[in-house]
Design a protein around this ligand. Structure first.
Ligand SMILES: NC(=O)c1ccc[n+]([C@@H]2O[C@H](COP(=O)([O-])OP(=O)(O)OC[C@H]3O[C@@H](n4cnc5c(N)ncnc54)[C@H](OP(=O)(O)O)[C@@H]3O)[C@@H](O)[C@H]2O)c1
Length: 298
């Protein structure tokens, strides 16, 4: 049940995950305090228009984070994907430390589904597990979510769709689990609504699971023209350490773990299939990818 007095502070609220979380929390009846770098930017104004309180700050400016945490019930922490490993660990642990000092009731950290139980020794792959371990050691009621690869990542210019094919990381007969960013917010709202159930829980989250062949079938149906599926060639994977890491994680590592989609549906009855996402909020991204143009960023 939503606390009707104290807000939830949402980091990254002008971005994908934070934006989804802020909107879902508002819809669920929580007051939302959105931590934004620039209150004048259109994404910030749009949040304000749907009822969020804006606070200006940067997670690199500790006093601004401390001030934003005053009088809040919960914190949703997510960091941008373009930080160095060192900066990601520093900011992720600092936000959690400040939440513990501020005696936040419930802290939710969004990590990544490629996090496994073992460190890899590669700093950029180990930033999130190090932040997770730090959070677990703090006197803080926390829930860690690990979203699977975003549907948005597959449907971008430059991955073959403009030529009638999708090139991605799994073998055609293997399955991949995908998350619609808008589902992240609804699942996080369900987590904040039930602190006793989710205190101390680490949970992978996804919206759908489907094979390469099924990805092609869904794309073909929604695009209204044939789309085939192929895995990145081995030499391309060999030349790109990040893609190779994800591909091997999808074959037998943490990205191959099966997310309990029944649990996901219980937490979010509107859980999106890849097909329904493509036909709905993913439609614009699909159309842009089919039209080609400059490649998107991760
Ligand atoms: N790609 C995937 O498939 C996938 C899957 C699972 C997890 N992830 C992880 O998801 C995370 C990224 O989440 P996202 O995609 O939601 O991020 P995003 O859309 O890039 O948004 C980043 C947010 O952080 C804000 N921000 C940047 N610098 C800041 C600062 N110094 N102080 C305060 N706020 C700042 C940005 O504000 P502005 O809008 O003002 O710049 C924006 O709101 C990464 O850790 C990534 O590894 C990705």
């Amino acid at each position: 049940m939503a606390n009707d007095q104290l807000p939830i502070l949402v980091f990254g609220a002008t971005g994908r995950q934070g934006g989804s979380v802020a909107r879902a929390l508002l819809k669920a009846g929580w007051p939302v305090r959105a931590f934004v770098l620039d209150p004048a930017k259109p994404e910030s104004r749009a949040l304000q228009q749907v009822g969020a309180e804006l606070v200006r700050g940067s997670f690199e400016e500790i006093p601004s984070v401390k001030a934003a945490m005053k009088g809040v019930h919960g914190v949703f922490s997510v960091l941008p994907g373009d930080l160095s490993a060192e900066d990601e660990v520093r900011s992720g642990t600092t936000i959690a430390n400040l939440a513990a000092e501020s005696r936040i009731d419930h802290f939710v950290y969004s990590s990544g589904a490629s996090v496994g139980d073992q460190l890899t020794g590669v700093p950029r792959f180990d930033a999130k597990p190090r932040i997770e371990a730090h959070i677990r050691d703090l006197p803080l009621t926390a829930t860690i979510i690990r979203p699977m690869i975003f549907m948005e990542m597959l449907v971008r210019p430059g991955f073959g769709l403009e030529e009638g094919r999708l090139i991605s990381l799994i073998r055609p007969e293997r399955s991949i689990q995908l998350t619609a960013v808008e589902d992240i917010g609804k699942i996080v709202a369900a987590v904040f609504a039930d602190k006793p159930r989710f205190a101390g829980v680490t949970m992978k989250i996804a919206s759908d699971r489907l094979s390469g062949h099924a990805l092609a079938a869904a794309l073909t149906e929604v695009a209204g023209k044939p789309i085939t599926y192929a895995r990145f060639p081995d030499d391309v994977l060999a030349a790109n350490a990040d893609l190779a890491h994800m591909a091997s994680s999808l074959e037998g590592g943490p990205l191959a773990d099966h997310v309990d989609l029944e649990l996901m549906r219980e937490l979010n009855p509107d859980l999106l299939s890849f097909r329904s996402w493509l036909a709905g909020s993913g439609r614009a991204a699909l159309d842009a990818a089919l039209a080609g143009g400059p490649g998107g960023s991760g």
